[in-house]
Design a protein around this ligand. Structure first.
Ligand code: PMP
Length: 421
């Protein structure tokens, strides 16, 4: 089946290793999408390869409610990296289903059904996760699950909510959003689901203090806060979890993409109290691969590798180098309107004009194509209506020289794509 988001390049990739992919002709291409955000440790990390072959040979798959060491080990390892309140984990395989499970849990626990999210959210393609996803088109698929509501994404670069001196008035924006929610709600608010830094929605880090205020709005209404760290979790942003720098903890955390370092592994983590109540109410979420020992073994290897090599500080250090390089490019390329993100999770928003902020959609597509021709794969974060935000997210194992090489290729491509227009 064909699918083709903007920036999709139908080149056949023969193999991948470390931070590079190789096409049919053996041409190396730096992968600064991390296999679209999943290959956190680079392609074919030796510890992951070893885990997969050992696990397949000894304990590949059991579906009979059996408990295995890797599942217990991963649940314990995740709890070690999280605040005490997040101590109960369920192991799954994809991001969409992790959010399905989280939403079902929130509904069962609160005995309510309305789910609120940002208007640039992305939580998966499945039914409930898809109903809470607004960064992609919802047209053409008939009715979505009832009871889904949105508030404006706190996008400091583009928000229309401004103070007199032009600053982003995110508190007014949040108040407005919840005033609309309260007006539309049928009195059944169950949860708010959000990414702590929106990825697909345009690489948007909400302003400092925002999540604490959001948490208060949820608490006042008896809503749970579900944070989806599919893209941001597990050291990518320079902290173990992106919610840490916002100083809040969720009631339910979902992890996927990065947890599998290229393989399908996901987790839903919550408190003892929510888990116990859901169990009492006969919470049901079963899939062929729930508690899969292979998936859990891979996740455990990922967490252990991140811990052993202190990848949170590695991502912070490399992120500083990347940001510095991007800022330098911004000083020379007037079409770079905004640079934002944390650690190795950076967005570059391209505009036709810095004053009008007119999105440079065609230019963004041309820049990614020019980068690819020069051996650098970047992708566009597909914010609805704006296709000109480059997402720069190399594996955490990237070498400093490869960051410099990528910056150099981006520099040349920003120029050549402009000259060609
Ligand atoms: N949540 C977020 C934040 C994501 O970025 C994605 C994948 N793009 C998903 C959920 C869905 O994950 P999956 O594709 O594994 O179902």
């Amino acid at each position: 089946m064909r699918y083709g988001p903007a920036g999709f390049v139908p080149t056949i990739i023969e193999r991948a290793e470390g931070c590079r992919m190789y096409d049919e002709n053996g041409r190396p291409i730096l992968d600064f999408t991390s296999g679209q955000m999943s290959s956190l440790l680079g392609h074919g990390h030796p510890a992951v390869v070893e885990t997969v072959s050992r696990s397949v040979a000894t304990l590949d798959h059991l579906f009979s409610g059996m408990v295995t060491r890797p599942v217990v080990g991963l649940a314990e390892a995740l709890a070690r990296t999280l605040p005490e309140s997040l101590s109960k984990a369920m192991i799954l395989t994809t991001g969409g289903e992790s959010n399905e499970a989280a939403i079902k849990m929130a509904k069962l626990y609160t005995r309510k059904h309305e789910i609120v999210s940002f208007d640039q959210s992305y939580h998966g393609s499945t039914h409930a996760a898809g109903a809470a996803t607004y960064s992609l088109t919802r047209a053409g698929y008939g009715p979505v699950a009832p009871g889904n509501l949105i508030i404006p994404t706190p996008n400091s670069y583009r928000s229309v909510f401004r103070t007199r001196n032009g600053e982003h008035d995110w508190q007014a924006e949040l108040d407005f959003g919840f005033a609309m929610v309260d007006r539309q709600s049928v009195g059944s608010l169950a949860a708010f689901i959000a990414e702590p830094i929106l990825g697909t929605g345009g690489l948007i880090p909400p302003p400092e203090g925002y999540f604490a205020a959001l948490r208060r709005k949820c608490d006042e209404r008896g809503m749970l806060l579900i944070l989806d760290e599919a893209q941001t979790g597990l050291c990518r942003t320079g902290d173990w979890y992106a919610f840490q720098h916002q100083g809040v903890a969720p009631d339910i955390l979902t992890l996927s993409k990065t947890l599998g370092a290229g393989l399908p592994v996901a987790a839903v983590v919550t408190s003892e109290e929510i888990e116990a109540t859901c169990a009492e109410r006969r919470f049901m979420f079963t899939t062929t691969h729930v508690s899969d020992p292979l998936a859990a073994a891979v996740g455990l290897t990922v967490v252990r590798t991140l811990e052993a090599e202190k990848f949170d500080s590695v991502a912070r250090r490399l992120g500083e180098r990347l940001t510095k390089g991007l800022r330098e490019l911004q000083s020379r390329h007037e079409r770079i309107g905004d640079i934002r993100g944390r650690g190795l999770f950076q967005g570059v928003e391209l505009v036709m004009d810095r004053d009008t902020k007119e999105p440079a959609d065609d230019y963004g597509t041309a820049v990614t194509a020019a980068c690819f021709d020069r051996g650098l794969h970047l992708n566009i974060a597909q914010m609805r209506g704006v296709n000109s935000i480059l997402r720069i997210a190399p594996p955490l194992t990237v070498a400093e020289e490869d960051i410099d090489l990528a910056l150099d290729i981006l520099d040349q491509s920003l120029k050549s794509a402009k000259d060609a227009a």
